[in-house]
Design a binder for this molecule. Sequence first.
Ligand code: IMP
Ligand code: MG
Length: 178
Amino acid sequence: MHEIRVHDKTFIPYLSQPEIEESIKNLAQKINQDYADKCPLFIAILNGAFMFAAELFKSISIASEISFIKLASYKGTTSSGHVITSIGLDADVKNKHIIILEDIIDTGKTMSRFLPQLYNQQPASLKIAALLHKPEATTHEVPLDYNCFKIPNKFVVGFGLDYNGMGRNIPAVYKLKE
Ligand code: IMP
Ligand code: MG
């Protein structure tokens, strides 16, 4: 167990790679059962969810599709509050069973802005799966249907999550050292 540096900050180990991978496998199995004959469309939110999405999708064994959309609200270690869509959705959502894949639900703002846009396109159903959830940080309630880990309100990096662009490649989750 050792500390790592990302930019000017020190982070300590929080969730190990095996623990994360096992939790994601279990989640995939649940989805395989729940969506057995629904051919869901996964929509992964870039950038942060790319690693979670890849890990989960490897264990999805039912017929399904995946697409990506780019939303962002963070600068540094706090939410800027503004949600920017910089790559739109190219998939047709109408009458499809949608599962949104997020790296983390923090304030919930990103999702609460994005959900109405999706509902407008009349999906058959809509659920959210997030690797991490910070319940104490929530200011915008989001229906979180699938979640691997609930974590305290601490800034984390790794497994796709960044601190100012860095640290996404770390294959485990580290939290800010205080
Ligand atoms: P929300 O809109 O506040 O729920 O924030 C969601 C987005 O903020 C996530 O998709 C992440 O990209 C980013 N984010 C939230 N908390 C953290 C964190 O602890 N580390 C890195 N990124 C985070
Ligand atoms: Mg992010």
